[in-house]
Design a protein around this ligand. Structure first.
Ligand code: ATP
Length: 320
């Protein structure tokens, strides 16, 4: 393969830039040409491509966001949009495509692969960690670290005023950000889409912790269950303690990627290009049990994400 394309799609995630850098540098190492596609699939349809060289990806390894920008693109779900995207690839002589994004972006790549024979490689770039085939997605570690940092600050003021802090984190269908944030920031309770909650139980846990001498409490709520505001209002009706709510929002999508995310980006980007170089397409890359793996894209997008109940129980046992 002599020339490949590269795009970022769906919601942005810290580490996408580091992955772009790894893809470009690996491709150049193997003597391949790389075109960066701006604004995800929308840029592919509209032929917004830029040739990338060694220096195009200088000074981005530490930056959040994506230098190629990203977009949601409904046109790619229609045949006409798909044909225009493929026409751009053919016109530019691009033989393979690397797609950095989440589940939806992989479905777009799968469609280009299945219906038009374009070899594609997916790199999991999403803060949600909602892909079953990989233990971690790019951006998840940074997002959780951002949530921890904010909760550290909230804890100071909640302690002073002996309050309960309800913190909303991202995750519409997947509670992983809430789960990992909860365990690592010492929250007493997490509310996630995968586990039904019971307000009597929440109040019992708070009262028990106060009786044992605790001065404040942290509750982490995944956005898919309800807003921090709505949860705080419900809780305030049934507790004597003062409740405050905070929504972390888009802050958790930005910021300099952590070591863990930069390392994943380097390995995912490198692996993606090595596969294309060997003429292998229609795969996604990931990490399982600390090993970089690749897997059939169709199989990967059909896997249903499972929740780690063991970690959930760990939180229940150690957060009191
Ligand atoms: P995140 O969940 O982190 O935001 P994502 O990649 O899942 O990332 P989506 O908005 O679901 O984000 O998808 C990104 C883009 O992928 C869509 O705007 C669309 O262009 C393309 N896409 C999604 N689903 C399909 C599909 N079934 N067929 C073709 N293209 C799709």
């Amino acid at each position: 393969m002599k020339r490949i394309g590269l795009l970022t799609s769906g919601g942005d995630a810290p580490g996408m830039n580091a992955a772009i850098r790894a893809v470009v540098r690996t491709a150049l190492y193997f003597g391949m040409e790389v075109y960066g596609v701006e604004r995800g699939y929308a840029g592919l349809i509209d032929d917004e491509l830029v040739p990338m060289n060694m220096r195009s990806v200088s000074d981005i390894v530490h930056r959040g966001g994506t230098m190629l920008r990203t977009a949601r693109c409904l046109e790619l779900m229609e045949k006409e949009g798909q044909e225009r995207a493929v026409a751009t690839l053919r016109k530019r002589g691009i033989e393979g495509l690397v797609v950095i994004g989440g589940d939806g972006s992989f479905r777009g790549a799968k469609c280009l692969t299945e219906n038009y024979g374009i070899p594609t490689i997916g790199i999991p770039g999403t803060i949600d960690n909602d892909l079953e085939y990989t233990d971690y997605t790019l951006g998840f570690d940074t997002a959780v670290n951002t949530c921890i940092e904010i909760i550290n600050k909230l804890r100071d003021t909640m302690n002073s005023h002996e309050r309960i802090s309800v913190v909303e984190v991202m995750g519409r269908h997947c509670g992983d950000i809430a789960l990992y944030t909860g365990i690592t920031s010492g929250a007493e309770i997490i509310i996630v889409p995968e586990v039904p909650y019971n307000m009597d139980d929440v109040v019992m846990r708070i009262n028990r912790s106060r009786a044992s001498g605790k001065h404040s409490n942290i509750i982490v709520v995944a956005e898919g269950v309800m807003s921090a505001d709505a949860f705080a209002k419900q809780l305030q009706n049934v507790t004597e303690y003062s409740v405050r709510s905070t929504c972390i929002g888009h802050i958790q999508r930005g910021g300099s990627p952590t070591m863990a995310d930069r390392m994943l980006a380097a390995q995912f980007g490198n692996k993606a290009v090595r596969l294309l170089k060997d003429g292998i397409g229609n795969r996604v890359v990931g990490i399982r049990q600390n090993k970089i793996i690749d897997m059939d894209i169709i199989e990967a997008v059909s896997m249903k994400k499972t929740f780690n109940y063991e970690l959930y129980e760990t939180l229940q046992m150690i957060s009191m």
